[in-house]
Design a protein around this ligand. Sequence first.
Ligand SMILES: [Zn+2]
Ligand SMILES: [Zn+2]
Length: 288
Amino acid sequence: MAFSFHTHTTFCDGKADAATMAGAAFGHHYTHLGFSAHAPVPIKTRWNLPWERAEAYVATVRALAREYAPRGMKIFLGLETDYAPGITMPDEPAYEPFHLDFSIGSVHYITAPGEAFFTVDEPEEQFASKVRKWAADGDYRRIWKRYWQYMAEMIEHGGFDIIGHFDLVKKNNADGRWFDEQDPAYIDAAFQAVDLAAEKGLVAEINTGGVARGKHHEPYPSARILKRMYDKGLRITIGDDAHAPQHIGTYQHVAMSAAWGAGFASLWYLDAPGLWKEISIDQVEKTL
Ligand SMILES: [Zn+2]
Ligand SMILES: [Zn+2]
């Protein structure tokens, strides 16, 4: 058994079409694959599924699900939604007609209504120039303060199944360029979000998207946060955050060893909409 519930395609900012991604997953002996296009939003971006292509996305994923079901791979229709006050929410009512199997709730945007929009995972230099304007006083702790505030708010708000890349805020912070991830206040804010998620009974993903892009050696979340997740009994799953076929299955061993390192012996996977099942990491590793 192998699975990932975080897959992008050319319907949003992925590099390959849905059929190619499904084929790659099948080639890696996946039993469960979730498609999670960046959900349509009311603003113009280069990475979201455009509203006018949403119907085609739904039809394509459903057709692939029918094609692969008899071959032993379940395919799920999902969206990676945004918690972005003033822009959109994970449980945006306009998604209802899609009859999603699941959704990921992610924080990418850290700006408030009235401020210029930008995300924590923008290309490095673009991020740098926007952040310098946004935090003109040079207090870059504001980046993680807003991020963890939104993460906690999103968890409280609910309306999604999986928490996406828990500490994505570190993406552009290699070598502590903007802030100190060991700052006790940073850790405290991150832990508060973990504790809240555990209280709500949510599932968080170990996301290897940053590893796949060569941004980080360790997945999201960092070891320390993952350990807290273990201590609090938060359930975890795996998300390749695949934007190309070569991201599928390639970095799952990184996620497994991170999970092991934090104390986890099992992972959770979606076997049907709303139905989470537990599996030992041993059994997943055997498949890979
Ligand atoms: Zn994301
Ligand atoms: Zn993603």
